[in-house]
Design a protein around this ligand. Structure first.
Ligand code: ZN
Length: 212
């Protein structure tokens, strides 16, 4: 393809460096992704050169980079950097953690809330870090069940907790906008580890706390 953007003049540093096409002087973020988006626009019958779409490949490349930024992040590093010794034995629960992810079957968004609980074993983690761990796994191509399990397993592995519970309720735009078009359905998934898996009372206590 002759219209593949050429890169020159690096002006910024992010995950990809932004540069400018020497001929048009337009911003280029990730040339190969932008060409793919441009081809996609043509394939669906659009004109990628019309005013409203001219910068769409650039914007989509940036958005995709952000929405899949979780691949480059480590839950272990986030947790280990914020662990504190604390003699707490009672359940810690962070409710209603908002998240946005993309289903790996359609690359369409699914979004909702995660509720996370754990039973400390001499260590607690900064509460904001639990929300960040959710984002580490949400900002990837996902299925909801795997997202739920990965959050639970990462916390269980790096927190040294007696148990971890994760419940996620989400709406899937691939169900809402296409296919069965069920706009109001939510999908709930759960992952129980350690005490939450073994002890019904612990699990019930968690479930009663996350009820709204
Ligand atoms: Zn889907």
């Amino acid at each position: 393809m002759s219209d593949k953007p050429k890169l020159s003049r690096v002006v910024a540093h992010s995950h990809y460096a932004t540069s400018f096409d020497p001929e048009t002087d337009e911003e280029v973020y990730d040339a190969s992704k932008e060409v793919l988006v441009r081809n996609m626009l043509s394939e669906i019958g659009e004109d990628p050169d019309r005013e409203g779409l001219r910068r769409t490949p650039l914007r989509v490349a940036k958005a995709m980079d952000f929405l899949t930024s979780g691949y480059a992040l480590s839950a272990e590093e986030i947790i280990k950097g914020a662990l504190f010794e604390e003699d707490v034995k009672d359940m810690v629960i962070v409710r209603d953690i908002e998240f946005y992810s993309m289903c790996e079957h359609h690359m369409l968004p699914f979004f909702g809330h995660a509720h996370v609980g754990y039973l400390p074993n001499g260590k607690v983690v900064g509460l904001s870090k639990i929300a960040r761990v959710v984002d580490v796994f949400a900002r990837r191509l996902q299925v909801q069940e795997r997202l739920t399990a990965q959050v639970a397993d990462a916390l269980m592995a790096h927190l040294g907790a007696h148990g971890v519970a994760v419940v996620i309720a989400a709406s899937h735009t691939c169900m809402m906008m296409r296919g069965v078009q069920k706009q109001r359905s939510t999908t709930v998934s759960s992952a129980m580890r350690g005490t939450f898996d073994e002890d019904l009372r612990t699990r019930s206590e968690f479930m009663s706390f996350i009820k709204t």
